[in-house]
Ligand binder design. Structure first.
Ligand SMILES: *Cc1c(COP(=O)(O)O)cnc(C)c1O
Length: 827
C-alpha cells in the first residue's frame, strides 16, 4: 500500500491536481480490466498501438479517481488544469515523464517492503512451466505469490509483483525480454534472492546482436541473488555465469555438478532417473517422458533439494505434477453452451483474467462460472473469499456454481444466483445437461478438483476433426500489421467467409476487444449474425443483396455501394424519416473489374447522392488486383493513381471529407506510402503473408487436425479406396483418417499428392480422398488408431500445399467445412 504523497515523491512527478486521499490497493493499466474503481490507481500508458490517456474520461465515469498521466498526449480534457478541475472534479492527477516507468518505480518500492525469498526465472523456454510446477511442489510448505500465466513483460512483471503481501512466504516470478535494457528494469522490480536460468535458444533472437549479448542481458536478473540454479550443459550459460561470478547451484546430465543425473530410463508413461546429490545416489520417478519436461523437472528438483525437502516427500510431490495446460481453451458444448476451459489452476490473479474474458464474451447473454476453492493465495480465508465474491460481483455474471468445502462455507458472501457442492464428484452426480442452455460457462478449478471431468461432461460428442485457432497468434499478427501503420491510419479487418474459415463471431469479438476500427463481411446475413452475437463495431457489407436494405438498416450495417443499380435499391429502402442517416461506402473500379463505379458513372452517382440527404458517404475505396506480385507493380501504381484522382474529384463535389482506402494485406506490406485513411486487413491476420516478404514476422493461426480411425495391413497387389486407385505394390500399412473432401480436405490431395504429419512423421495419401475419410500409406511408421494427425499446421507450409494442387492458401483456409469444430485457445 502506498499513499498519493509517497507516489509523488517516488516518481518525482508533478502534482497536477489533488482533491483528497483515496486508498491505493490496485494498480490498473488496462481500462477493460477495471474491478475496484475507488481503490485503483490508473497508469495511462502509451503503447505502439494504443494510448491509455484515451480511456481516462471513461474510467472517471466508472468511478476511478486516481491517475498517473504523461505530458505529451492528445486528449483535450487533460490538457489544462482548469479543464481537469472541470471534467474530473474529484480526481487526483500526477504527471510523469513515463507512466510505465512510474508503474515500475511504484512496484519496485512495494517489493522492497517485503523480505520474503523471491525466485526469479528467465530463459528461452520453460519459464512458465517451471514457475507453475515449483509453486505446486512448494505449496505444502509455502504460501506462494507468483506471476499469473506468462505475465513476464515490462507491464506484466509490475502487475505480478504488486499483489505481494505480508502473508506470503515465497515469491516466484518470471521475466521475459526482447531487447537490451529491459532486464535491468525487471530485476529492480522482482529483486530476486534466488534465480533459475532455464536455458537459451540457439537462434539469436531479433533485438539482440548475438546469443552472448542475450545471455548477458538475461543474467542481469541475477546480479544480486544468493544462488542461481542452472544446467551446466548449456555451455554458453555456464561460461557467462562463471564470468559474472554469481554463486551457483548447478545440475548436469553428463558431468559432475551439485546435482548430477547418473542415468535415466523411460518406463511406460514415467521416467525413472538416478541422481547424485551430496555424495548419495537416489532414484526419482517422474510422470513425464519428454526431454523438455525432464529438464523442467530437474530445475525444480535442484530447488527442492537445496531447500532440504526430504527425499520421500520430493518423490510424492513429483508424482502429483500434471502437465501445465498453457492454453485457455474456448469450445462449444451441449445445448448451445460455450465453455471457457481454464481448469488447470485457480488463484486470484488468474481468476480475474478469466472472469474478464468471460465478461467480454458477447455470444450468449447468460454467463456462468464454475469455481473451485482457491489454493495458494496467501490471504486469510475471510479476506480471500470476500475478494472472490467482489470479483464475481463486478463481472456481472448470472450464476455461480461453487465446488469445494471452503467456497461452500463462504456462500453467503456471493450475491447472485448460486449453488454449491462439496466436491466435483457431487456436482457430477447431480449433473443434468438440461439445466444448461445457451450460456457461456467458465470453468476455473484448482488442479486437485479435476475439473477436466466436468469439461468432459459438457463437451459435445465430436467428429474427429478440429480446427484449432490460436487467438494469441492472431493478435500477434494484428499487432504486426498495426505496427506498420501510421498512428492515424484506421484498420478495417475482413472477416468475410467465416473469417477466412477461422470462425466469425470469435474472431470478431477478439477484434472488437482489440479495438480495430471496422469489420467487413461479404453478405448481409454475415453482418446480422455478428450483430446478434453482440458485435457493435461498425460493419461494412461488401455485397448487399438489393432486397436486404431494410435488414441492413435494422442491424445498423453499412453497405458497399458499387453501382447505380444498388444505389437505387438502397435509396428505395430508406425510411420516410428525413433525419435518418445511412452510412455508405463507395467502391470504385480502378482495374480489378469486379465491382465498382467507373469514371463514366460518376456524374450520375453525384446527382443521385446530392438529391438524397439521408445518405452519408463515409468512405471510398478500391481494390488492387495484384498487390502481392512484383510483376504487377506498375499496374498497382496505376490503380492507385486512378483511385486518388477519382476519389479527390468525388470528395470535392460532395463537399465534405471522406475516408479513402485501397490496401489489402499484401498492399500494407508493399505500398505503405499509400495507406491513406484506412487499410483493409485480410489473410495476413490469419498468418499468411502473400507478398512473401514478411512471412517470418507472422504466426500460424489455424491448425487442422484429425485422428486415425483404423490401421490395417494390406497385401501386395491389393488396392485401397474408390476406383481401386491406391495400389499396394508391396505389403503396406494403411491408416484411415477421419477427414474427407466434405470437411475441406481437397480431393486433389489424393493419390500421394497430399502429405500429413502423424507423431512427427510425414505420411502421404494413398488412393482417392473419400467424402468423410482418407487413407494414408503409413508403412514403416509408428501409427495407431486414435493418434492425432496434422492436416495443416506447425509442420506444413500452407502456401506450398496450395501450390501442389494448383490453388492459393485462401481457398485451403476457407474450404474447412462449417461442420469441423473450431477450438479457440490462448497460450
Ligand atoms: C478480401 C478483401 C480484402 C482483403 O484481402 P487480403 O488479400 O486477404 O488481405 C480487402 N479488400 C477487399 C475489397 C476484399 O474483398
Amino acid at each position: 500500500m502506498i499513499s498519493f504523497e509517497e507516489l509523488v515523491r517516488l516518481t518525482a512527478g508533478k502534482l497536477l491536481q489533488y482533491q483528497q486521499e483515496y486508498s491505493i490497493q490496485y494498480v490498473l493499466t488496462d481500462s477493460r480490466r477495471l474491478a475496484h474503481p475507488v481503490s485503483s490507481l490508473f497508469f495511462a500508458i502509451k503503447g505502439p498501438f494504443n494510448d491509455g490517456h484515451r480511456y481516462i474520461l471513461n474510467l472517471y465515469q466508472r468511478g476511478v479517481r486516481q491517475f498517473v498521466i504523461e505530458a505529451n498526449h492528445t486528449v483535450r480534457e487533460l490538457k489544462s488544469e482548469p479543464s481537469l478541475r472541470q471534467n474530473f472534479p474529484e480526481a487526483n492527477f500526477l504527471q510523469v515523464s513515463s507512466s510505465l516507468e512510474a508503474l515500475q518505480q511504484v512496484t519496485a518500492y512495494h517489493r522492497q517492503q517485503f523480505t520474503l525469498p523471491v525466485i526469479g526465472i528467465t530463459g528461452s523456454n520453460g519459464k512458465t512451466i517451471v514457475k507453475e510446477w515449483l509453486a505446486q511442489l512448494l505449496s505444502p510448505d509455502e504460501r506462494v505469490v507468483k506471476s499469473p500465466r506468462s505475465y513476464n513483460s515490462q507491464i506484466g512483471v509490475p502487475l505480478s509483483v504488486w499483489p505481494i503481501n505480508q502473508n506470503h512466504t515465497l515469491g516466484i516470478f518470471e521475466a521475459g525480454i526482447s531487447r537490451p535494457g529491459e532486464m535491468e528494469k525487471l530485476a529492480k522490480i522482482i529483486q530476486p534472492t534466488l534465480g533459475i536460468f532455464t536455458n537459451i535458444g540457439q537462434a539469436h533472437a531479433e533485438g539482440f546482436v548475438s546469443r552472448e549479448q542475450k545471455i548477458n542481458e538475461k543474467l542481469l536478473l541475477f546480479q544480486h541473488v544468493n544462488l542461481l540454479f542452472y544446467c551446466l550443459d548449456h555451455e554458453a550459460i555456464h561460461a557467462a555465469v562463471k564470468a559474472a561470478n554469481i554463486p551457483a547451484f548447478t545440475w548436469s546430465r553428463y558431468q559432475p555438478a551439485d546435482l548430477q543425473m547418473m542415468s535415466g530410463a523411460v518406463r511406460g508413461s514415467q521416467y525413472t532417473l538416478e541422481f547424485r546429490y551430496q555424495k548419495q545416489n537416489n532414484l526419482l520417478v517422474l510422470p513425464f517422458t519428454d526431454e523438455a519436461s525432464i529438464e523442467n523437472c530437474l530445475h525444480c528438483l535442484a530447488v527442492l533439494l537445496n531447500r532440504q525437502v526430504p527425499a520421500p516427500e520430493i518423490q510424492q510431490r513429483f508424482l502429483k505434477l500434471a502437465p501445465v495446460a498453457m492454453r485457455l481453451e474456448m469450445k462449444e458444448a451441449i445445448n448451445g453452451c460455450y465453455l471457457i476451459d481454464d481448469s488447470y489452476n485457480n488463484d486470484l490473479s488468474g481468476l480475474s483474467i478469466a472472469l474478464d474474458l468471460l465478461q467480454n464474451q458477447t455470444r450468449t447473454q447468460k454467463k456462468t462460472v464454475i469455481l473451485s476453492d482457491l489454493l495458494e493465495s496467501g490471504l486469510a480465508e475471510e479476506v480471500l473469499y470476500q475478494q472472490v465474491a467482489d470479483l464475481v460481483q463486478i463481472h456481472g455474471l448470472n450464476q455461480l456454481i461453487g465446488i469445494g468445502p471452503l467456497i461452500s462455507q463462504h456462500q453467503q458472501k456471493f450475491n447472485l444466483s448460486r449453488v454449491f457442492f462439496p466436491s466435483t464428484a457431487d456436482f457430477l452426480k447431480k449433473f443434468n445437461p438440461e439445466h444448461f442452455r445457451n450460456e457461456t460457462i467458465l470453468l476455473k478449478g484448482a488442479r486437485v478438483f479435476e475439473f477436466e471431468k466436468i469439461v468432459n461432461a459438457f463437451q459435445q460428442k465430436i467428429h474427429g476433426t478440429v480446427l484449432e485457432v490460436n487467438l494469441d497468434a492472431l493478435v500477434h499478427n494484428l499487432n504486426f500489421y498495426r505496427s506498420r501503420l501510421a498512428p492515424a491510419t484506421k484498420l478495417m479487418v475482413m472477416v468475410k467467409a467465416f473469417a477466412y474459415g477461422s470462425g466469425s463471431y470469435e474472431i470478431a469479438n477478439l477484434l472488437q476487444y482489440h479495438r480495430v476500427d471496422y469489420l467487413a463481411v461479404a453478405y448481409t446475413d454475415e453482418g446480422i449474425s455478428l450483430r446478434e452475437h453482440g458485435i457493435s463495431l461498425p460493419i461494412m457489407v461488401m455485397n448487399p443483396a438489393s432486397d436486404s436494405f431494410a435488414k441492413l438498416q435494422q442491424y445498423q450495417l453499412e453497405p458497399e455501394i458499387y453501382s447505380l443499380y444498388i444505389l437505387e435499391a438502397c435509396i428505395q429502402a430508406l425510411p420516410n424519416d428525413l433525419r435518418y442517416q445511412q452510412n455508405i461506402h463507395l467502391k470504385l473500379d480502378t482495374g480489378m473489374h469486379r465491382l465498382g463505379f467507373t469514371e463514366a458513372d460518376l456524374e450520375e452517382l453525384l446527382t443521385r447522392l446530392a438529391a438524397t440527404s439521408q445518405l452519408r458517404v463515409v468512405s471510398m475505396f478500391s481494390h488492387l488486383a495484384g498487390a502481392d506480385e512484383v510483376q504487377h507493380n506498375d499496374f498497382s501504381q496505376l490503380q492507385i493513381t486512378r483511385f486518388r484522382q477519382m476519389a479527390a474529384y468525388l470528395e470535392t463535389r460532395l463537399g465534405y471529407s471522406v475516408s479513402k482506402h485501397i490496401l489489402n494485406s499484401a498492399g500494407i506490406v508493399r505500398f505503405p506510402e499509400h495507406q491513406m485513411d484506412m487499410v483493409r486487413l485480410g489473410i495476413g491476420l490469419y498468418g499468411i503473408e502473400t507478398a512473401g516478404a514478411k512471412q517470418n514476422a507472422l504466426r500460424l493461426v489455424g491448425q487442422l487436425k484429425t485422428t486415425v480411425s483404423q490401421v490395417k495391413a494390406v497385401a501386395a497387389g491389393d488396392t485401397v479406396g474408390y476406383s481401386r486407385k491406391g495400389v499396394a505394390d508391396e505389403p503396406k500399412q494403411i491408416a484411415t483418417i477421419a477427414i474427407g473432401y466434405a470437411d475441406g480436405y481437397d480431393r486433389r490431395f489424393g493419390n500421394g499428392v497430399g502429405q500429413v504429419v502423424i507423431n512427427g512423421q510425414r505420411a502421404s495419401t494413398i488412393g482417392n480422398i473419400c467424402m468423410d475419410m482418407s487413407m494414408l500409406d503409413v508403412t514403416g511408421l509408428e501409427v495407431k488408431a486414435g493418434d492425432s494427425v496434422e492436416i495443416f499446421g506447425e509442420n506444413s507450409n500452407l502456401t506450398a500445399m496450395a501450390q501442389k494442387i494448383g490453388t492459393i492458401p485462401y481457398e485451403l483456409l476457407t474450404n474447412v467445412n462449417g461442420r469441423v469444430k473450431r477450438v479457440f485457445y490462448t497460450e
